[in-house]
Design a protein around this ligand. Sequence first.
Ligand code: AVJ
Length: 342
Amino acid sequence: MITRQKLATKNHRKIAITPRLCYFQPKNELRSTIAQEISYSLSQKKKFIHPKFFYDKAGSELFEKICSLPEYYLTRTEIEVLSSIKPELSKHLVGDFALVELGSGSSIKTRHLLEVLTTKQDDVEYYPIDISSILKDSSINLHDEYENLKITGIIDQYEKGLEFVRQLDHKCKLVAFLGSSLGNFEPEHGIEFLKKIRSSMRKGDLFLLGIDLVKDAKILENAYNDSKGITANFNLNLLLRINRELGATFDTDTFEHVSIFNKKQKRIEMYLRSKVKHEIFVPKINLLLKLKKGELIHTEYSYKYAIPQIKKMAQKAGFKPLQIWKDKKSYFAIALFSVDSL
Ligand code: AVJ
């Protein structure tokens, strides 16, 4: 049995803030990851930048702004569903549960889950996993708000965080993966990722998934191309991040934000389009990036699902659907699963 106090890894540094709050940070900066991955992904014929690189400090702040945009219905709809299902969710949480959250971000949605757990349990252990160091601030806020909360944050990619969670075996876990982040994966990879989540869980644990649903293309495209241009800045921030961290000299005025809904594949596709013919040197990875006028750099897929498909994917990964909720307009779904034998 490993309790939270005994958690340790070779690859992370533990930073203890108070007896109820600590977090783990990778010893090797994520910087080496970005250098390696970007030097590969920008030298391909079809250039791309992985969406996990959106979330540096500036990008995480822009994402928070996106979440409160009128066009970006996802966050407020998910919160609406979450807050309406608390009594029902509570009925499924029999026994002592620790909360694990993948992509916790600002932890606003977390409060709804914590409200359910803290009213039933004397102590609640919370394990937020997020690639962004925004986790530090959001954890401090939660720590101050909830007296019976013990927080162990993991600032890393999901997979690394799940390796931590796998070690915990002293109580049931509620694993939450909200915000439709599963939509970033191509469906086959999504199933693989769900399998990883499943393998970090045991009998009696529960999995809560928030996922955006297929809807009218116009509504979707507006959500990813807002009138204030915040999503455009979020996308363009990738280039600014490469300037900051890899010493490049991208001029964001020479790129434009593109987002389209691919009806056949049922996904939003985001790109950065080069408005001019470019030659940009990226010193830290010794890369001379050549772009044609009009050339696209792919930055994100955001898949949209229908409920039967979600069920199928989860079942393939070893989950059993317990209950699925939607908002009135059927824009967004929250699904609760138990672990099935594989
Ligand atoms: C955090 C991946 C769920 O796909 O809706 C928001 C990211 N990109 N606007 C999404 C995002 C552009 C978001 N996810």
